[in-house]
Design a binder for this molecule. Structure first.
Ligand code: NAP
Length: 281
């Protein structure tokens, strides 16, 4: 058996086409969606991420602002920039690229972003809305994973989903979204003694660990849906996920590749959140 590939590039393109159409309709009414991206410091990977986000905005017809600051920027200066963007009517989403320099309190930064513009969905309010099943901004990566699963037509109702990882940005919101879709959810983490015991029973596995080969074929139930969030490098320096693709794709029913799976969906869902913010505004 060979798993069906869930193509994140393809789904992303399709969704970005829909986003561009809705953005054009808003722009025609004089309300072009706008995203502000702030980056502090010179982490090369973070600069690549923000460039991609800004480019994606242009591709779907959004207005975007990229603010780059030296690592010496004070916390108060950053908070003041966010406060100014909160008041800027042309901006519907504010994203501060993580990680931030150590002297800046990331929690304070996230909480300073207006709840109406928290398109990353990282604030305590957004987390509470998700927890309570209220509408609100969903963190982009798990939101994208849900869209990938939905795209297969797979019905999550009553299925057993195992999420590996419990970060506030991926693992925990992922588990809550699966729960909202009426799956029975197990969350595993570094303190889980026998990971394979859980994954072998799972109809759906989402791996969000940051360690390659965390999930191998012998740990997967035949026919399972496997979503690989991880971004790692193999010995040859090539991009790979948390899932050992070659062994798992022989057992799983559906699988996302790395690259070309969850990665492109994360930016797409950021665009979706920004669009919805502009539409709501
Ligand atoms: P994180 O904050 O480091 O969390 C990793 C989680 O994995 C933690 O909850 C940790 O458990 C758990 N873990 C570590 N070792 C484990 C093990 N041996 N068995 C089971 N669980 C284990 O990372 P993250 O931000 O959630 O990101 C996870 C991965 O996804 C990373 O590779 C990241 O680069 C990638 N990512 C990709 C995208 C994308 O767009 N494709 C977006 C975001 C993140 P403890 O809580 O016990 O420490």
């Amino acid at each position: 058996m060979s798993a069906q590939l869930i193509n994140g590039n393809h789904l992303s393109q399709q969704l970005r086409g829909e986003i561009a159409e809705r953005a054009a309709a808003l722009t025609a009414k004089g309300k072009q969606p706008g995203l502000a991206v702030i980056i502090v410091g010179d982490d090369p990977a973070s600069h690549v991420y923000v460039r991609n986000k800004v480019k994606a905005c242009g591709d779907v017809g959004f207005h975007s602002v990229l603010e780059k600051y030296d690592a010496s920027l004070s916390e108060e200066e950053l908070l003041n920039r966010i406060r100014a963007l909160n008041e800027d009517a042309s901006i519907h989403g504010i994203l501060v690229q993580m990680p931030l320099p150590k002297h800046i309190n990331a929690f304070k930064v996230i909480e300073t972003i207006s709840a109406a513009k928290d398109v990353d969905g990282y604030s305590v309010l957004s987390a509470g809305e998700l927890m309570s099943g209220l509408p609100g901004f969903r963190p982009c990566t798990p939101y994208g994973c849900m869209k990938l699963i939905e795209s297969t037509g797979y019905d999550l109702r009553g299925k057993h989903a195992v999420v590996i990882g419990r970060s506030n940005t991926v693992g925990k919101p992922m588990a809550l979204l699966l729960l909202q879709a009426n799956a029975t959810v197990t969350i595993c983490h570094s303190g889980t003694p026998d990971l394979a015991y859980h994954t072998k029973q799972a109809d759906v596995v989402v791996a969000a660990v940051g360690r390659r080969n965390t999930l191998t074929g012998d740990m997967v139930k035949p026919g399972a849906v496997v979503i690989d969030v991880g971004i790692n490098r193999n010995d040859e320096g090539k991009l790979c996920g948390d899932v050992d693709f070659d062994s798992v794709e022989k057992v799983a029913g559906y699988i996302t590749p790395v690259p070309g799976g969850v990665g492109p969906m994360t930016i797409t869902m950021l665009l979706m959140n920004t669009l919805e913010s502009a539409e709501r505004n």
